[in-house]
Design a protein. Sequence first.
Length: 398
Amino acid sequence: MTQPLLISFLGKNTVASSKGYSTANYQIDGKSYTTAYFGFALAEHLRPEKILLLGTSGSMWDVLIEAHATDGQQEDARLRLMDMAQRDAVDEATLLQFAPLIEQHLGCPVEMKIIPYARDTDEQIAILSTIATHVPAGQAVVMDVTHGFRHLPMLGLVAAHYLERVKQVHVSALYYGALEMTTDRNTLAAKTPVLNLRGLLQTMDWIQAFAAYDASGNYAPFAELLPKEGWNENECNTLREAAFFERTTNVVKARACLSGLKPALERRGSAFLRLFGDELQKRLSWWKPTSRAEWEASLADTYYRQGDYLRASIFTQEACLSASMPPEQQSDFNDKREDNRKAMQKADGRFARLSDIRNGMAHGVKGWRQESAKVLQSEQSLRSTLGDFIKNWRTLGK
């Protein structure tokens, strides 16, 4: 298996007399590693393919190098580095000459990069850009957000999500060495736990899935997340089928799929389903009324709010037609439904106008009525007109 790239941060001394981070006994997967810099404990544990070490021009590079240098080794350069760190002036050219010292200790390539302090949006984006530049697409990544400024873990989380979604990188773990949670402090039995914050990335995946649904009405992305929450393959495929049928306006088959998923949608066996399950179930509840017209009207309103005006107009028109049929005939396309459509076109100018607007959007041509053509000249006009039709769908065609 390909070894991961380890991305780690290095912080800044806040006290002039400080000798760097406190030594701790970090506990990783049942093993103990004694070190002051957690990134090196991870390196020993994971044996990464490479380490990308990020710090500012004032980070404690000098302390880090001193910990790995033998007496007299590059002494002049080390003194210069110490002075540069105190002056907040460390540069990458200087760090490059010390890379062999770190690599010899860790047994893998190390790339040390200077990043800004993330004081504003431009500097924050610059850090993301630096990370993205040095992480190849498809690379397996482990990120360490233990050290550095207090705001860097938040940036690290965003960076991890960015890598996964934009660069197609798999971030297998997001580690934090929790020094403040150390037990039995000041004793030989002291142990510092290591937290894996990977769950926060999963939370962002769920938020993104909801954003995708709210923007498009497509709930298929949830099927990619639900296997980790206990859904089986058949349930996930049924959810995908429901999304497909709904988006191709086959509400009968979509409803059959969703109604069959009722037990699965009600399960709350995982932390993520306890957090997101009710919202997911609420968004997929259009199928619960017994009337097909009600299903279609609910979907019309949903797609209207999402800005999918073509689907909204189709479902509004179909809701009107379904309501004109006896309940037992609503699920079939038959001559009576088509006859009703023609009669409703003649009986109510509003229904005819809705049909004209729908055809104009579907075919990309102006409606044959001048007033309908005007509606399609601006979103504001279309939203106003279509919103009124959806609100009063029960009376259209009467």
